[in-house]
Write a protein of this length. Structure first.
Length: 184
């Protein structure tokens, strides 16, 4: 019997995903100015987050899975906490799991009616995301927020729905306290 050596590694609490078929993507503020309430007088070359994704499955094959890691930097944009763009899944029958790897953050969730709530993310926390919910990660801590994910290859990402109907709340860090503000 042939034994194949592992080609991809994720030392979950120690390192990023490495190996064959691993894609790395970085998002800078200049590419995400539309998600923050105020981007005046900030460095547009600020790194917001890095995504590592192991995409060995087929996006057309039901049942295949992707494995990912997002690392959000501990930065604020005019006091607004660093966040991902957020998205719905194109196929809303596809759920997703997030799990806390490092840091402290929030998983912001929103249903189709705009009802919004958050779950706190810490090292070791596990979060099931229903396929019909929009979701966004927010770093509220002082160190990088690492969040692992596993989702169906057929899920897809619908960023446009969030651009048309944004999350109802914004999260700020003022005087070292987390402040939630309802969007207009």
């Amino acid at each position: 019997m042939k034994v194949i050596e592992p080609q991809v590694f994720h030392k979950i609490y120690e390192d990023v995903i490495q190996g064959e078929h691993v894609k790395v993507y970085q998002k800078y503020l200049r590419e995400a100015t539309g998600i923050y309430s105020d981007t005046t007088e900030v460095d547009l070359d600020t790194l917001l987050y890095t995504v590592y994704s192991y995409e060995a499955g087929s996006p057309e094959k039901t049942g295949d899975l992707y494995w990912g890691l997002t690392i959000l930097e501990p930065v604020t944009v005019n006091e607004e906490c660093n966040m991902t763009r957020g998205h719905f899944h194109l196929d809303q029958n596809c759920a997703e799991f997030y799990f806390g790897v490092s840091g402290t953050g929030l998983l912001l969730l929103m249903d189709k009616n705009g009802e919004t709530w958050a779950e706190k993310i810490t090292k070791g926390s596990l979060h099931h995301i229903d396929g019909q919910l929009a979701h966004r990660l927010i770093n509220i801590g002082e160190e990088p927020l690492g969040v692992g994910a596993c989702w169906p290859t057929t899920a897809g990402h619908d960023y446009g729905a969030i651009e048309e109907k944004p999350f109802r709340y914004r999260v700020f860090k003022r005087n070292k306290k987390i402040v939630f503000e309802e969007s207009e």
